[in-house]
Every structure is written in C-alpha cells, then in structure tokens.
Design a protein around this ligand. Sequence first.
Ligand code: SIN
Length: 327
Amino acid sequence: MDIRTQIGNVLFDTPIMNASGPSCTSKQELFNILFSESAAIVTKSCTLESRTGNDKPRYWHNNKLSINSMGLPNNGYKYYVDVLKHMSYFSRTKPYIMSIAGMNCKDNIEIINCINSTIHLEKVHFDVGIEINLSCPNIINKGQLAYDFSAMDFYLSKLFTECLHDKIKIIGIKLPPYFELHHFKIVADIIKKYPINFVTTINSIGNGLVIDIEKEAPVIAPKEGIGGIGGSVVKQTALSNVYNFSKQFIHTDIKIIGCGGVENGSDVFEYILAGAAAVQVGTQFYREGCHCFKRIRQELINLMKKKKYNEISEFYSKLYLNDVFDE
Ligand code: SIN
C-alpha cells in the first residue's frame, strides 16, 4: 500500500500532518511531532517577535467543534529556526513547514530571508517549506488579508519580488474559507501569478460565537467571545473549498492541503477525493495528541484496502475527474 504524496518536489510519507495551531508552539511539542507518524512538522504561526497572544480563556472545544481566539501566541520566528537547526542533529527527518504570520509584508520578507539563509549556511537536512498565514481571524483590529483580494495580490507581489526563497522547497498560503463560488476563481487567479506550490484550505471559520448556557456567557474571553471555529462542524465548508480550488488548479502544479474537521480515515479519503493532496489535523490533534496520526493513517489504509485501492493517485481528485453528473 503506497500512501505517499507529493507537493512540489517534496515527498510526504503519508498525506496526514498536523495543522498549524494546536500543540506545535514549543520545542518539546515540535519534537513530539517529529517522532510521531505525522507526515510533516507544521509549526505554530510565528511572527518577527514573540507574542503572548490574547487573554485567556481563549480556546474551548467539545466533541463537535472548537473555538479559539489565541491571537498568535508564539516564540518568535528565530525560535522555530533554532528548533529546525537542533532537529538537524537527529537522523530522523520529515518536511518542516514553518507557518509564518508576520504583522506586515516587511516582517514576512525578513522571516523568509532568514529561513532561506539558515538552510543555506547550516547543515539542515530537512525539506523546509513555508506556509504563509493570510487568514488569522483573531488579531484585534486587523482583518484577514485573504478577504481583501487586491491587497492580497499587492502583498504577494511585494513579497515574491523582495524575498529570497531559492533554498525553501515549497511555499504555500493558508486561506480562510470562501463562501461565494465566484471568489474561488478570483483568488486562484491571484495565486497562479506567484511561485506558490500549495494552498492550505481552510483556516478556522472566523468570528463565530459559542455560548455557555449555565454561565450565560461566551466560552472564550477575547473579542467579546468571538473566535475561529474548527472541528467537524466546519468539514463540509472545508471540503467544498478544497473541491472548488481543485477545479481552479486542475491544469497547474499547485496542490491543496485540506484542513477542517479531519478526525478519521474516511475524512482523509473524502478530502483526497475532493482534490486534496494532503490533509492537516487541528482540533482532533489537540484532543487526542500525536497518536491521532497513526490511527488515522491506519484507518485510511483499511478503507483503501476495502475499496481495493493501492495508491492515493487512484482516487485523488476523482470527484471532479469522474464527474458523475456530466451528461
Ligand atoms: C491564532 O493564533 O489566533 C490562530 C491562528 C490562526 O487561526 O491563523
């Protein structure tokens, strides 16, 4: 059974990796992911300087959903570059994807240039990727750039003109969910202008509200209880975003990483059918810890065996390619 997948020239042993967000902020957490069955190590979105993030409580979940308004707490990008350098003393390797969320384009250019020169100067034997987070919904008084199409285009044009990224194997962007069908073409046409290898879709559905009826209050504190929604309730929106982007990217090399409500092997199967080359696990990883990667991988393999598939390419994007409603 071959469940390897590829994005750009980076090979992943399985299509299942952690999502940026839960349990990927500290060095210990990132080492736990290195030694787990996750296909890659995706870091917490990092900024130029460290951040403590929003007030607590800022995360809550039940068995259907999560809400967070973390506000990008992280140790600053240099910390994540140092973790990468430290990991390079170990023989074990897997793709290391740094999620970056600089407060402006200049910050992200500085971060990317530093990552690029570290790979160049140090003995880094990891395939290093970058996921540019353009969709955090939790920064007070700052909107999600990926909802402002002309600003996003301008931002990417400046970024790719000014940053050095020749040593970085793959670059992707993390998008928020879109809800209007014509938006997929607008966003895809912008993305196609730049050397972008993958799109991660979706970040949490921004600005939701979860209420505790005992306390008659929101379950989280920042932004009057408003935060990003994740977990199984967002899966259908995420699948549709994967599917709609996959149609836009069908004749390109741009790959899609599906994210949102992945809890078991059949979720992964659905995402791959819809056009995802890989998936990320967020809320379920937070609930279950690193064990989820092994369990979900085994469930995917069991399902593939039952359906007599030997490799992912046999059902990848099949929903579109075998459009059953075509007359
Ligand atoms: C956060 O730190 O607020 C979450 C990051 C994100 O949703 O992009």
